[in-house]
Design a protein around this ligand. Structure first.
Ligand code: GLA
Length: 381
């Protein structure tokens, strides 16, 4: 049974009726452009064919009864007290989205709902961004309001920044809301322009879950962001997007070793995104692969957000025939890596990387080919 069916069935079982609405928001994998979004830079993610779903029916009062399949739990709370700290942790993201909708003036009614999906949690595939976006889709559908996809994404970012307190950029929610089937999205995180670029016909995006749960990510993420802001300040630019390698080298002494390396990652990563897009358009997959490989090295050595497991799996992947390139994806410190692999080499690639990784780390990885999917949506049932 697929995730969508599980959610629908659980709703019927729990509430004894069919739901009125089913909203869906996909996870994302980032091909390249890591830790550039909060520097006003460029990213190249795709929405993936794994998603969070919420099935729901409105109620006559202001109560939300929400069942979580993933957490095997249920919680009932009032729309008037969304910030109650005693409610279960997993309800924070849905409550945050309802808080945002209320703040924007949407009078969302109480509802019965079931939420869950097939994005692995805490793996760098943005399951939390998907929860924010799916709840915004649902809330808007409950009040029959329509807004542009980009505004749903920005709503999700505001939930994350202000309700959850995580200073993320716009990439995850933009990918979840604006994904296009069979395409990666070139997002300019300053203008918020999102341009779909076709995934090459003869290559596959393979996701490699190290099964090492992300740790450290919140505090280290915030620290990286502060370091980037400090570096931009020293370079005299609004954001690192506006700096180049000449400016960087001229300011080397003033920046000091750490800020220099952080800024070098961001500046060179933005260049790698541009190079990747040009090479994708020209069919130069070797160039794409080289950029992916270099991105990993830069994230590992200059930005210091990789970990042993991500290094092992990326290195194994990069060494396989038919693999153009591989790198960690998402915030880092665990979670997933991504590889671009020749279609006819995918099977052998998975058969080689999975056991070799397990032997080196003792962790059983999950590898699968991902299809680039459409962004979030809602169905009236
Ligand atoms: C997390 C954040 C994103 C982005 C990535 C790193 O996924 O939520 O905004 O910064 O890390 O590229």
């Amino acid at each position: 049974m697929d995730a969508r069916e599980v959610i629908l069935n659980t709703f019927r079982k729990h509430f004894g009726t069919d739901p009125a609405l089913l909203a869906r928001a996909p996870g994302r994998v980032n091909l390249i452009g890591e830790h550039t979004d909060y520097n006003d830079g460029f990213v190249l993610p795709a929405a993936i064919n794994r998603a969070v779903y919420v099935a729901a029916s409105p109620r006559d009062d202001d109560m939300v009864e929400l069942v979580s399949v993933d957490f095997d739990d249920q919680s009932t709370f009032s729309l008037d007290v969304l910030d109650d700290p005693d409610l279960p942790g997993w309800t924070r993201y849905p409550r945050g989205a309802l808080w945002w909708l209320g703040k924007k003036g949407y009078a969302v009614p109480g509802f019965n709902g079931v939420i869950g999906g097939d994005i692995p949690l805490a793996s760098g595939l943005s399951s939390s961004a998907a929860v924010e976006v799916v709840m915004i889709e649902l809330g808007l559908a409950l009040v029959e309001a329509e807004i542009p996809q980009v505004d749903k994404a920005l709503g999700g970012v505001e939930v994350e920044n202000k309700f959850i307190g995580m200073p993320c950029g716009v990439m995850d929610q933009m990918a979840s809301a604006m994904g296009v089937e069979q395409h990666v999205l070139l997002i300019d995180c300053r203008s918020l322009d999102a341009r779909p670029i076709p995934v090459p016909d003869d290559a596959s995006i393979v996701i490699m879950n190290t099964m090492k749960k992300r740790g450290l990510v919140d505090s280290e993420y915030a620290r990286r962001r502060e370091q980037c802001e400090a570096a931009a300040g020293k370079l005299g630019v609004k954001a690192l997007r506006d700096a180049n390698t000449m400016m960087l080298d001229a300011a080397k002494d003033d920046l000091g070793d750490v800020l220099y390396r952080r800024a070098r990652h961001v500046i060179t990563e933005n260049l790698r995104v541009q190079a990747t897009v040009m090479a994708l358009k020209a069919g130069g997959l070797k160039t794409v692969g080289q950029a992916l490989h270099n991105s990993h090295i830069s994230l590992r050595d200059d930005y210091e957000v990789s970990c042993a497991e991500l290094d092992v799996i990326s290195e194994l992947a990069n060494a396989q025939p038919g693999c153009y390139g591989a790198r960690m994806t998402g915030g880092g410190f665990g979670g997933c890596a991504v590889a671009l692999v020749k279609d006819d080499a995918v099977e052998a690639f998975i058969a080689a990387v999975a056991p070799a990784y397990e032997e080196k780390t003792g962790l059983k990885p999950e590898l699968y080919v991902c299809q680039a999917a459409a962004g979030s949506s809602v169905e009236q049932l």
